[in-house]
Unconditional design. Structure first.
Length: 636
């Protein structure tokens, strides 16, 4: 029997009440699954009728009737043959028999019954339906059966449930705030980015306004990198397939990568051989004995015989869109000899990488197919690991604190010792994991250890940030890697004049510029601090008589590096103020005849309102101070 928290039991029971109500209203419905989630529950349904918002209201009303009936939830264990009979007897074999096959032989098979409803389910549930005090159906979405686009698309109804009506009300309020802060809506309203079907889903077009935010963030972190002695590098967007086979990114991340690209000459050659698509793919993916044996030599494994691979003369070495920046940085390190005196060597790049995400997983800027990482790779001696990891963590803290994201927790991702997806020896992993633990202890905040969350090449420290409405986002990351230096046979000359293996540290304080900016839009609700705002100041002349004064001030502001715009439209002042507020401009300066005569401005600040009139020189000094200190908004 599965183990659930009381809240999970409540939500799981509510999903069964949902299915009960749907079958009462739409008896022809076929059921798939209805589990609890971190924020509520869902159930997947198959029926020809398309659910509507009005249907949700009817289903909710029927759910209230089921709850009022105070139905008992009863568990019933059966044999596999009995389970088949129950499923067929209820006409639910289309999906439920497949779910039954998922239960391993020897494990208990159980159904849960409430009223007339019975469902294949491991449990657990509340005892009676009246224990469900507060619930709400939220939305309808399409969901492929088992998450596979090749299968039929079902209709998924999402809902949530809480122990009390007060908790439900608080959650629904947060949902409304989240809708208002949705980066896709704000991004469109403020013209920050575009996703165009002709370019492709999951590929972001940064507009001039959005590009200002991104560039300011890059400049900000670039200043910090220079202080810490990083070297900027640039690498191409593609690389040879063998590069990613050596690194391990190709076999380990194969399912989330774009297909390999064969060279034209190779395609012409295989075409004359009558090569099938399947064989072409196999040739691109195959690992030659020489390549496999070289990797095994470096990692201390046994060699692989030629009989287990394809004929090397028929293998193709194509190209791939870059899935990660690290193999390219490794090649820069390996391009010249290094002494221990050269270390640590810190290479940084805003490098764009590409991942093949399922279309159903894409979400604006926060889940994309092409994204730019504020990536860096540090090559150091083993004695330097602790200090370098702490330096990386300090950089992440600077980023989060500057942006008002100081509410975060730390997660140390470790390998799962029972999984074979991790590269390298256990002893090497033990050293890397201990380095991450020790570094996490220096942060002064609680951290959790989570087996199975490590990268294939090493453990990592993730910063999970809570935004202003309580949602969590995984952003900055630092990873300790003893494995890739082995796979690429990297070395430096030590003080003993002998070759030694460097340790590699991967770090990305932002993670990806796309995801980080999407989160940032929602965190601030589009009300960016002045230093990040695409338009920092808007000047509002009351009439044409003060236009020339406004033009003069705009010129002075731009000369001081301020992004300023003069609203020359003939609208009334109230309309101009409302437009500036809707477009979330941090500062507006009202210019009337008195202000022009006194060389002054009437200042309005977003979130704080009217600040009164002051000399323009005084305002400009305070504005420059606000930008230089990267002050946070008065109100977000």
């Amino acid at each position: 029997m599965s183990s659930m928290t009381p809240l999970e039991e409540l939500r799981h029971s509510c999903s069964h009440v949902l299915a009960t109500a749907v079958l009462r209203l739409f008896p022809e419905t076929k059921l798939d699954i209805g589990p609890p989630t971190d924020s509520g529950f869902y159930y997947d349904f198959d029926l020809d009728h398309k659910f509507t918002t009005e249907d949700l209201e009817k289903i909710e009303e029927e759910m209230r009737k089921v709850i009022k009936e105070n139905q008992a939830f009863r568990r019933k264990e059966v044999s596999r043959d009995e389970a088949i009979e129950i499923i067929k007897g209820r006409g639910q074999e289309r999906y439920k028999l497949g779910r039954l096959d998922d239960i391993p032989e020897g494990e208990a098979i159980s159904f849960y019954e409430n009223g007339e409803f019975m469902d294949l389910c491991a449990g657990t549930h509340v005892r009676y339906s009246k224990q469900i005090k507060a619930f709400k159906l939220l939305s309808i979405a399409g969901a492929y059966h088992r998450g596979d686009e090749k299968n039929k698309q079902l209709q998924r109804i999402y809902g949530t449930a809480f122990a009390s009506k007060e908790e439900l009300a608080e959650y629904l309020d947060r949902l409304e705030q989240a809708k208002a802060r949705d980066h896709r809506k704000i991004g469109k309203d403020l013209k920050l980015f575009v996703i165009d079907e002709d370019v492709g889903q999951g590929l972001i077009l940064w507009t001039p306004a959005g590009s200002i935010i991104r560039q300011e963030l890059q400049t900000f972190i670039g200043d910090e990198l220079r202080k810490q002695g990083y070297h900027q590098v640039f690498t191409p967007h593609i690389g040879k397939l063998t590069l990613y086979k050596t690194s391990g990114h190709f076999p380990y991340y194969k399912e989330s990568q774009f297909p390999a690209i064969a060279e034209p000459d190779d395609l012409e050659r295989v075409a004359t051989e009558g090569c099938s698509c399947a064989e072409l793919t196999a040739r691109l993916e195959a690992v030659s004995p020489q390549f496999a044996n070289e990797i095994n030599r470096r990692t201390g494994r046994e060699t692989i015989g030629a009989e287990r691979t394809m004929d090397p003369t028929k293998l193709l070495d194509g190209f791939m869109l870059k899935p990660m920046n690290c193999p390219h940085h490794i090649k820069i390190f390996a391009s010249q000899p290094h002494s221990y005196r050269d270390l640590p060597l810190r290479l940084a790049e805003f490098g764009t990488v590409y991942r093949w995400e399922q279309s159903g997983e894409l979400n604006g800027m926060t889940r994309v197919r092409g994204f730019t990482q504020d990536d860096a790779h540090l090559f150091c001696t083993e004695d330097q690991v602790a200090a370098e990891v702490q330096g990386c963590l300090a950089l992440v803290k600077i980023v989060l604190t500057t942006l008002g994201m100081s509410d975060y927790r730390v997660r140390v991702g470790l390998r799962d010792p029972d999984s074979d997806k991790y590269a390298g020896d256990a002893a090497v992993w033990d050293k890397a994991e201990e380095a991450c633990r020790n570094a996490a202890k220096t942060l002064g905040v609680p951290f959790t250890e989570e087996p199975g969350e490590a990268a294939f090449y090493g453990p990592k420290i993730d910063f999970v940030v809570k935004d202003v409405i309580g949602r969590e986002w995984q952003l900055g990351t630092v990873q300790v890697d003893y494995n890739l230096p082995v796979r690429f046979d990297l070395s430096y000359i030590g003080s003993d004049n002998k070759p030694h293996r460097p340790v590699m540290i991967h770090r990305a304080p932002f993670g990806s510029m796309e995801r980080f900016c999407g989160v940032l839009i929602e965190h601030f609700g589009g009300n960016f601090p002045v230093w990040l705002a695409p338009e920092q100041v808007r000047l509002l002349p009351i009439s044409e008589k003060t236009l020339d004064y406004g033009r003069d001030l705009v010129a002075q502001l731009k000369a001081a590096g301020v992004r300023a715009v003069l609203d020359e439209q003939s609208d009334k002042l109230g309309a101009k103020i409302r437009r500036a507020e809707l477009e979330k401009v941090p500062h507006t300066l009202v210019l009337g005849a008195k202000e022009a005569e006194a060389q002054a401005v009437s200042v309005r600040t977003r979130g704080a309102g009217d600040r009164g009139t002051m000399p323009f020189t005084e305002y400009l000094a305070s504005l420059k101070e606000e930008i230089a200190t990267r002050a946070l908004p008065t109100k977000s």
